[in-house]
Write a protein that binds this ligand. Structure first.
Ligand code: HEC
Ligand code: HEC
Ligand code: HEC
Ligand code: HEC
Ligand code: HEC
Ligand code: HEC
Ligand code: HEC
Length: 685
């Protein structure tokens, strides 16, 4: 009994692809610092030269520095530098039902994702090469895969302290909450804290045209070109201070600490200042000119975070009273403490706390603990797990007499979220309000908190009345409003952000989407997408948006060309494969279309729409048995997919299974009461 045809393809339902990266992408020069000494090498235009150059004249610093974790925090994974166990331990990600394993394949290392069918066979498999390491491995080691210059984080991380110190695999930080699979692009901010001067490709997230290997000399000393040229020319400088290179010893204690704090800084949320980019901070300049930092109150101010060393240290009486303590008091920046015993640090304590004084001060019962060979920091700087990073220990740098209750409490969990500015200037005026507002939006996006986003919107809308020229803030305001569905108020902010800088593809892309939703003139929408792609042709997600827009206009052939290009530029972009497959099917190119859809399903086995469209195509070829299997999988992947349910109802009816047909059709109508196929099936039964 064949009563109706299968309902049409779902096309373009990949949804709008929002792109929001490189929050700060323009390149206005940073404000000049207020340091008393003006170092010449931090001026614009002085280039970086790389560590190999420095090594030619500073052999000792270079050699010592190679042992430091910072020198080795970014590298290529090779057989020689592995510390991991590649014997094939499998981890199961419960929520998403994927299995993961890291293993060796000849001379490369891979992470594999798979699923198992009922009889134990692999029903899905994706393999990615572990190309780069982030983290020297003292606390954790995360891996990146590279596809065509684009870097993505991998799901498994090695934790050397897991398993009673033997080390073990677990999910990368954050993956337990949301499994990013192989799709988490590495943003320039992450790279800037973990690697020397690398070259991000503008407006293509996660893509780099060159990569350093490890944090370099110039991250702490500033660009070296001027210094190297001066000394290569044999110039003798009469100043006691060589102004061609920053030596942090010549800076005020605050600026000196900030050299380390550019990376060793906790702030659950940080926002780059207008005009700054990931690599624009220069040693000797005020850190507050580079970014705004915020702590999250409800995160419990009393626990230590992975990068909170400076904040904790600055609470210590040693710091407050002596006014002479900074990171370098205890840490030689050109050597690793890991090669020395505890006396390496304890000697610094005794420099300021003479044993005789201690003996006189401490209670008689603890005198024996206060000898020359005592391990002072084991009691006064205990280790604790850092926030957000499993299996890793961090040292609390708040030096004090630790009370019984330790340093981590559950208090501070406030109902109302508060972001606390770290720099005073963010507490005052319209500028402070603008950056705080941006921080709420960033926090809201990261934590999926609508109320935080809404709060950010109010603050920003207010601040921008006074400071309308803050382009990045205008964009973030428009973007967040758009995300919350407030299209009509989003548009003016987005337009203003583009007026301030017409060359940023993300902004053009978002405005085009907002115009689409608001039903604006199609030619202006097309123009915006085209301009974005003219500036950065490689950003495939914007190209998919253009294709989807053209397809909705009925211009399927043109859309097809965009999808084809996008899927070549970024073959693992699921929406490109999906839209390509569906457009091909619409044009009657069944075999090619099914192949692209199969690729989409290969990348995402839970892609319900791709499975449905494959089913419709199979049914069209007369293979209804296969179609029914596909519709079933589509419904399993997304039980709320009305189109899949309706098609499954029809396939069941055609197969004579009227009971199930009725059930599926009713389920489809419960979701979409007007679904024509479901209505027809019910009527025919
Ligand atoms: C051609 C040789 C040469 C090269 C290459 C070189 N330096 Fe130097 N550097 C010197 C000399 C000579 C001094 C000591 C005299 C002075 O400071 O003027 C010095 C001093 C320094 C100082 C101390 C400055 C002070 O005021 O205390 C630092 C820091 C420094 N170099 C860092 C670097 C870094 C980083 C690099 C690589 C980007 C580098 N140098 C490359 C020759 C060189
Ligand atoms: C460009 C960013 C950056 C700067 C600047 C920086 N650090 Fe680091 N630091 C890191 C990263 C990333 C790590 C983790 C390295 C790893 O993978 O083990 C680290 C690790 C360390 C460690 C631990 C090393 C180990 O063996 O575990 C110490 C100590 C340290 N930094 C001190 C400092 C001091 C002191 C300064 C300033 C003089 C400084 N850092 C400046 C990024 C930075
Ligand atoms: C604001 C600077 C900053 C950013 C951004 C940042 N990190 Fe880090 N990260 C650090 C510092 C500093 C440490 C060292 C902390 C310590 O040892 O106490 C660290 C430690 C680590 C470690 C452990 C290294 C070890 O000691 O073994 C890993 C792994 C890591 N980061 C990965 C990442 C990844 C991946 C990203 C981006 C997605 C990222 N980090 C972003 C500053 C940063
Ligand atoms: C993590 C930050 C950091 C890195 C990376 C770093 N330095 Fe330094 N460097 C410093 C600090 C801080 C000082 C001041 C040292 C002190 O007070 O002992 C310094 C001092 C120096 C000096 C002056 C030495 C002296 O005795 O006065 C030279 C030369 C130097 N560094 C060269 C290098 C070279 C070469 C590299 C790369 C191989 C490098 N530094 C990497 C932070 C760093
Ligand atoms: C630059 C000098 C300096 C260094 C280095 C230093 N301290 Fe202190 N420390 C002080 C001063 C000054 C005080 C406050 C006055 C006092 O108690 O002597 C202090 C106070 C303390 C206190 C009492 C804090 C309180 O809240 O009651 C402890 C405990 C302590 N230091 C331990 C250490 C340990 C352990 C180290 C080494 C890891 C160390 N200090 C390194 C200068 C220093
Ligand atoms: C009073 C001495 C002292 C000062 C000052 C100090 N540290 Fe440390 N630091 C230590 C000790 C002790 C350890 C733990 C050593 C160990 O585990 O063997 C440590 C460990 C670290 C580590 C390794 C990861 C961890 O948490 O165990 C990092 C990173 C670090 N310090 C960064 C800094 C930074 C950044 C500063 C300046 C804000 C700083 N330290 C100031 C004594 C100090
Ligand atoms: C076994 C743990 C332990 C070790 C090891 C230890 N301390 Fe203490 N320290 C304490 C305790 C507990 C107190 C507080 C009770 C007291 O005053 O006796 C204290 C008190 C102090 C004070 C504060 C004295 C005052 O009342 O002003 C200082 C300073 C200090 N220690 C420094 C050091 C230094 C430096 C070392 C290494 C030579 C060290 N401690 C080793 C446990 C330790």
């Amino acid at each position: 009994m064949r009563t109706t045809t299968f309902s049409g393809f779902v096309f373009g339902s990949a949804g709008l692809l929002l792109v929001l990266f490189a929050l700060n992408a323009c390149s206005r020069p940073a404000a000049q610092g207020t340091a008393t000494l003006e170092f010449l090498n931090v001026a614009d235009g002085v280039s970086y030269v790389g560590d190999a150059q420095c090594a030619t004249c500073h052999e000792a610093e270079f050699a010592g520095y190679q042992n430091h974790g910072m020198a080795r925090t970014f590298d290529v994974l090779t057989i020689e530098n592995t510390i991991e166990d590649f014997s094939g331990i499998v981890l199961h990600h419960e929520q998403t039902n994927y299995f993961y394993v890291a293993r060796r394949e000849g001379d490369r290392f891979v992470q594999e994702e798979y699923r198992l069918g009922p009889t134990g066979e692999k029903t899905h498999q994706l393999v990615r090469t572990m190309k780069y390491i982030i983290g020297s491995g003292s606390a954790a080691r995360t891996y990146l895969t590279e596809i065509d210059g684009r870097l993505y984080e991998l799901p498994l991380t090695w934790y050397p302290h897991n398993n009673n110190g033997e080390g073990g695999w677990d999910f990368s930080p954050g993956y337990d909450v949301e499994n990013g699979r192989f799709g988490r692009a590495i943003p320039p901010r992450c790279m800037a804290c973990h690697n020397g001067t690398s070259q991000p490709v503008d407006h293509v997230e996660g893509k780099y045209s060159s990569l350093a290997s490890g944090i370099g000399c110039e991250q702490c000393h500033g660009p070296g070109q001027l210094h190297v040229e001066t000394h290569q020319a044999g110039t003798v400088l009469d100043d006691s201070v060589d102004l061609t290179i920053v030596n942090p010893v010549h800076l005020s204690i605050q600026r000196r600490m900030e050299v380390c704090q550019q990376c060793h800084t906790e702030g659950s949320v940080s926002v780059l200042r207008q005009g700054e980019s990931a690599y624009s901070y220069r040693p000797s300049r005020p850190l507050e000119d580079y970014l705004a930092l915020f702590g999250v109150d409800s995160d419990d101010a009393n626990t230590i975070g992975v990068t909170s060393h400076a904040e904790r240290m600055m609470q210590s009486e040693c710091f407050v009273v002596s006014r002479a303590m900074d990171c370098v008091t205890c840490h030689n920046p050109h050597d690793s403490f890991r090669d020395y015993g505890p006396e390496y640090f304890n000697a610094t304590c005794i420099d300021c706390h003479a044993i005789d004084d201690l003996q006189a001060k401490v209670a008689p019962s603890t005198r024996t603990e206060h000898q020359v060979d005592s391990n002072c920091f084991s009691c006064h700087m205990p280790s604790e797990s850092g926030r957000g990073v499993p299996h890793a220990l961090f040292t609390d740098h708040f030096i004090r007499v630790v009370q019984e209750d330790g340093f981590s409490t559950d208090e501070g969990q406030t109902e109302e979220l508060e972001l606390k500015p770290y720099f005073e200037r963010d507490l005052i005026g319209a500028e402070g309000e603008a950056y705080t507002g941006m921080a709420y939006m960033v926090y809201g996006r990261q934590n999926d908190s609508r109320s935080a986003m809404q709060r950010g919107i109010s603050m920003l809308a207010n601040a921008l009345q006074e400071l309308p020229e803050l382009g990045e803030a205008q964009y973030l305001l428009g973007f967040t409003r758009f995300q919350l569905g407030q299209v009509n108020v989003a548009i003016p902010a987005l337009e203003e952000s583009i007026r301030l800088n017409p060359e940023i593809p993300e902004r053009l892309n978002t405005l085009a989407q907002a115009y689409e939703v608001a039903g604006r003139d199609p030619s202006s929408i097309e123009e915006l997408y085209s301009r974005a792609l003219h500036i950065q042709p490689e950003e495939a997600s914007i190209r998919v948006n253009l294709g989807r827009f053209l397809e909705a206009q009925g211009r399927v052939e043109e859309a097809l060309a965009e999808y084809e290009r996008a899927s070549l530029d970024e073959p693992w972009l699921i929406s490109a494969q999906y839209n390509l497959g569906t457009a091909l099917l619409r044009l009657g190119r069944t075999a090619d279309g099914e192949q692209s859809l199969l690729e989409a399903v290969h990348l995402d086995p839970d892609h319900s729409d791709a499975l449905t469209n494959l089913g419709v195509s199979a049914a069209g070829r007369g293979d209804e048995g296969y179609a029914r299997t596909l519709f079933l999988r589509a419904v399993e992947a997304n039980p709320r997919n009305a189109n899949a349910l309706a098609n499954l109802a029809l396939a069941s009816a055609n197969a004579g299974d009227t009971a199930r047909a009725r059930q599926y059709a009713e389920e489809a109508l419960a979701i979409n009461p007007n679904h024509p196929t479901a209505q027809q099936v019910l009527a025919s039964l």
